[in-house]
Design a protein around this ligand. Sequence first.
Ligand code: FA5
Ligand code: MG
Length: 355
Amino acid sequence: MNNIPISISNKIGQDLHLKPNHPISIVKEKVLEYFSDLVKIEISNPYVSIEDNFDRLRVPVDHPSRRVTDTFYRDEKTCLRTHMTSYLYPIGKSSTGQSKLKYITCGDVYRKDAIDSTHYPVFHQMDAFSIMEPGVDVKADLRERLSGLVKHLFGDNVVFRFLEDKDHSEVYFPFTVDSLEVEVELKLDNGETKILEILGAGTVHPDIMKDLGLPDHQAWAFGLGLERLAMVMFDIPDIRLFWSRDKRFLDQFTQGQITKFKPFSKHEICYKDVSFFLSSQFSYNDLCAIARDEDHDNLIESITLVDEFIKKGRQSQCYRVTYRSMDSTLKNTEVNKIQSNICSRLAQELNVEIR
Ligand code: FA5
Ligand code: MG
């Protein structure tokens, strides 16, 4: 049942959001500055019950996010939190009847995900919950606060939009109604514009308010990802850099200051292809999880499908694993060893036939 590799459990307790001079913490503080009326709650242990992470939030039992290819499970009852919303029920329940419940949390969350420059299996989220005084329009209040947040982060002239569930079917959370996402439009130095989804939000589902013993109250909630904000605010091109221990990265940032990242020499890439006949056990996310596990020094930059064909009725795929070190020049022996370990584990654990 336990599908948590060492490369992931090693990240627990690193707490980038608690290191004052780290970009993740600098952005967190900026968000907290704006939401100073909410009570700040720190929860360092990232293991949560499946009940709190999924069931209490009305996530259907067959929802894709629950699959072992998407979530890291410790045992039948416990997983690594996949979002900070997993505390909505326990915090709400322990303060039952408190019609003043307003809080904000921050922490590391874990998902099996693709490998590319904007996805990493560990990232940081902030989640907020605010119960409304009687008579307050919950939707209007949420929009006002989120507009204020976006301006606080990006300046008064920022261009942004609310994407509403009624217009966009992909905007959906089982734990909210009138759900929305905030999209920010950014002008890059090269003149291009970039669209960035920064958060999900909505009115907390009435069934959950009932479960919390607050059937006559309304509340809003939102959850935002800190890495993507930090990548834009600091001009950080690759999400792996946040985990760098290189002084050339860490020494560039100072508590309370948003400064542009100055890239240090980018090292050369090297790629290796792996081709195999698929099996029923194979999934891309599992391939990434195995690759992460073997790649102790974060040398893998991306894994992409480059070729696919059917031969004698069997489906074959070819993936390109691109290697680049953030800190030093790649050593051939090192890359070969990782690649060969990935291949043997693919054959053993996912039952593919390497070609
Ligand atoms: C959620 O996680 C919801 N819990 C948010 C929420 C809270 C909605 C309360 C309503 C009420 P989502 O999976 O979209 O939603 O993630 C929220 C944000 O986390 C995204 O907007 C994005 O900024 C960030 N994010 C998601 N996946 C990754 C990833 N793999 N790497 C980096 N950032 C990510
Ligand atoms: Mg989303």
